[in-house]
Design a protein around this ligand. Structure first.
Ligand code: SF4
Length: 113
C-alpha cells in the first residue's frame, strides 16, 4: 500500500498482493477496497496519478491526460470514482477525474458518474 492524502490505500504503486488483499477486506471505517483488485493502475507508478511538488502547466496536463487514459480502460472506474467522491480523496486522479473536478461535482450536487 502507498500512503497519500492522509490515507494508505491506492491501487497503483508497489503494494504487495497481500497488502491489497488485506485492504480489500475493509478498514476501520468499514470501507471495502475489494474493487481495487481489478484496477488497471495496479502496479503502475503513483507518479502517473499524483503531481510532483513542482509540476505545473503543460507538464501537469500531460500527466493527467495519461492517467485519465488509463482510467478510461479500467473495469472498476465507477467504483473508483464513487469511492473518491464519498471518501473523499482530495488529491490525485481517481476515476478519470482530478481533485478539482471531483470537488466541482460535489459542490454541484452531481456526485454520480
Ligand atoms: S479508475 Fe483509474 S485510478 Fe481508479 S482504479 Fe481504475 S485506473 Fe486506478
Amino acid at each position: 500500500m502507498r500512503p497519500h492524502g492522509g490515507q494508505v490505500n491506492r491501487t497503483c504503486g508497489e503494494e504487495t498482493q497481500a497488502g491489497v488483499t488485506a485492504s480489500a477486506r475493509g478498514n476501520a471505517r468499514g470501507v471495502s477496497w475489494a474493487w481495487q483488485l481489478g484496477a488497471a493502475c495496479r502496479g503502475l507508478p503513483s507518479s502517473i496519478f499524483y503531481p510532483a511538488d513542482d509540476e505545473r502547466g503543460n507538464r501537469r496536463r500531460r500527466r493527467e491526460l495519461r492517467a485519465k487514459r488509463i482510467c478510461a480502460e479500467c473495469p472498476v472506474i465507477t467504483d473508483c470514482l464513487r469511492h473518491a467522491i464519498n471518501w473523499p480523496e482530495t488529491q490525485g486522479i481517481w476515476g478519470a477525474t482530478t481533485a478539482r473536478e471531483r470537488a466541482s461535482r460535489i459542490s454541484n450536487g452531481n456526485s454520480r458518474r
